[in-house]
Design a protein around this ligand. Structure first.
Ligand SMILES: [Cu+2]
Length: 125
């Protein structure tokens, strides 16, 4: 299962690498071992699943679009601390590393608040 996800992830990396200019995404490219333990969030028709994901500092998240329309995972804060940009059906975003503990609500740019969720990052002991 994990191998399959990694394979599909690699297949889309090349096509989206040039589009992503998010500093967090660029850092994620060199994450190496961290990327292999990425938490997966599915983008469904108008929801994220799971709606709440808890990870540890330094862990990454990969959004995987399993629906039939484009979606993004865009942070709610004005600074837009992370944004996958639009991910097309059957593709996955680059792994995004969450380096700091905190609560990071996000939404889809296309579907707004209807499609929202949260990443909770816990600090390492
Ligand atoms: Cu959406």
């Amino acid at each position: 299962m994990l191998n399959l996800q990694n394979t599909s992830l690699r297949s889309v990396l090349a096509s989206i690498a040039l589009v992503l200019v998010n500093p967090m995404a660029l850092r994620a490219q060199t994450a190496g071992p961290e990327a292999s333990k990425a938490a997966i969030v599915e983008m469904r028709s108008i929801s994220f699943f799971p709606k709440s994901v808890t990870i540890a500092e330094g862990q990454s998240v990969v959004w995987k679009n399993v629906s039939y329309t484009d979606h993004s995972a865009t942070s709610d804060d004005e600074a837009k601390s992370f944004d996958t940009n639009m991910i097309v059906p059957k593709a996955s975003g680059q792994p995004l590393v969450f380096a700091k503990a905190g609560r990071f609500p996000y939404h889809c740019k296309m579907h707004g608040r209807t499609m929202s969720a949260v990443i909770i990052v816990t600090s390492k002991p």
